[in-house]
Design a protein around this ligand. Structure first.
Ligand SMILES: [Zn+2]
Length: 63
């Protein structure tokens, strides 16, 4: 996972943590990161609403 500088956690939906961070261009990005060991799913979104939707629909593929 790339280092997320200034990652601020906003909320947690199930195992997925949602936060905002500032990318190297100085823009705020919304990211959803699964905290389950071995899953490693993470994705960036342009809005926190999109990140929340993705977090709710995320299903871990770890059995
Ligand atoms: Zn997961």
């Amino acid at each position: 996972m790339p280092a997320r500088i200034n990652f601020r956690s906003l909320m947690k939906i199930g195992p997925v943590q949602i936060g905002t961070y500032r990318d190297r261009h100085g823009r705020n990005k919304d990211a959803a990161v699964c905290t389950t060991d071995g899953c490693g799913w993470s994705s960036d979104y342009s809005s926190s609403t999109a990140a929340q939707l993705a977090a709710r629909s995320h299903r871990c593929r770890v059995s």
